[in-house]
Ligand binder design. Structure first.
Ligand code: SAH
Length: 252
């Protein structure tokens, strides 16, 4: 059996209870060494075989997983954050299916949740934005043309931009082109939940400069939108005059 496990954003105690249990019982762990906090490997049992996938190809990862399975053992494929976001798990799952190898997925806390916690922010503020756009700028990895940053920026919604901290000049240009004003709040969150986490608050107009000054070019998220500002409306959910399935509202 192979378990794909979300490691969480970094802090070892942000993995789920299920994920930690799977790490404790695994005979082999293949972890994404470029992003996963190695402290998580302390959960592994003494004789667990541990491999860093940062130095491996897809074929090599699959070969290890198949080998472990065929010996009647269990392996954990440990991915940073939640495996469904830029985890490249589909190609691994398809290969396992082709070989009739059973697998499952244990979700994790994505770094975009870790970043909101670092910022003490709520992405979905009433009358500011009720949508979160998770995306990346095109770089070496292509992005479908209809998903370019400017087209998403045109919504003025909350944006969480992965894998783009090394391209903030292009990002700033696209965000402005799409319609965000220069003074729209923005932030760079580096290594959310790690001991060396850093938060840089700025605006769309100062994003590239802030990024250059920070020296941060990877393991960071760029967050953009009015949710980082001070204006919003109170929620209906806790409005005393609002009736919900659980509470009768007072007369206004
Ligand atoms: N599956 C992961 C994302 C993997 S892609 C998740 O759910 O978070 C790798 C990118 O995620 C990094 O380049 C960076 O943009 C972001 N990232 C991962 N961990 C991070 C962290 N702790 N703090 C900030 N960004 C992080």
């Amino acid at each position: 059996m192979i378990h794909f496990v979300g490691a969480g954003p970094g802090a070892p105690d942000l993995i789920t209870l299920r994920g930690a249990e799977l790490l404790k019982t695994a005979d082999a762990i293949v972890y994404t060494g470029s992003l996963v906090n190695p402290a998580l490997l302390d959960f592994a049992k003494k004789d667990c075989e541990i491999r860093n996938s940062a130095k491996m190809t897809l074929d090599e990862v699959i070969t290890v997983l198949l080998h472990v399975h065929r010996e009647g053992k269990t392996a954990v494929r440990l991915h940073t954050g939640d495996p469904s976001i830029y985890g490249a798990i589909r190609e691994q799952m398809d290969r396992l299916e082709a070989e009739d190898v059973p697998y499952d997925i244990c979700p994790g806390v994505s770094s975009f949740c870790g970043a909101a916690a670092a910022l003490k922010a709520e992405y979905t503020l009433p009358q500011v934005s009720q949508s979160v756009i998770i995306t990346r700028i095109k770089g070496k990895t292509p992005v479908p043309e209809q998903e370019n940053i400017a087209s998403f920026a045109a919504h003025g919604a909350t944006m969480v931009i992965f894998l783009s901290a090394g391209m903030t000049e292009d990002l700033q240009r696209e965000l402005l082109l799409g319609g965000y004003s220069k003074d729209t709040p923005a932030a760079i969150v580096y290594k959310a939940s790690w001991p060396d986490e850093k938060v840089f608050r700025c605006t769309v107009g100062t994003l590239a400069r802030t990024s250059a000054q920070s020296g941060v070019s990877n393991l960071a998220l760029i967050l953009v939108g009015g949710f980082l500002g001070n204006d919003y409306e109170l929620s209906k959910l806790y409005d005393p005059t609002f009736t919900t399935a659980f509470r009768q509202g007072e007369k206004a």
